[in-house]
Design a protein around this ligand. Structure first.
Ligand code: SF4
Length: 82
């Protein structure tokens, strides 16, 4: 009686561990950010002073190699996640 309960619990435990691994994989796939400049470690966001508040504007620059103007949604082959 006790050993069958233990076996059932072990089986349940194995099934739950498998489900956790599947969920981890799904979550990490959803959390991946697109390879856009705004997520790149070389991107420097530009801000504008609007009504006394600094807000992100649709501009920035890349500091990899030489400085060049970039839009936050642009990308290139040298992308590296922050
Ligand atoms: S141009 Fe390339 S290296 Fe520069 S910020 Fe964008 S993705 Fe990163």
């Amino acid at each position: 009686m006790l050993s069958s309960d233990v076996r059932r619990l072990e089986r349940e435990n194995m099934e739950l561990k498998e489900k956790i691994e599947v969920l981890k994989t799904e979550i990490s796939a959803k959390m991946e950010k697109p390879q856009a400049c705004k997520y790149c470690k070389y991107f420097q966001q530009h801000y504008g002073l609007i009504d006394g508040i600094y807000l992100k504007i649709n501009a920035g620059h890349c500091v990899r190699g030489r400085i060049k103007d970039r839009k936050p949604d642009a990308t290139c082959e040298y992308f590296e996640t922050r």
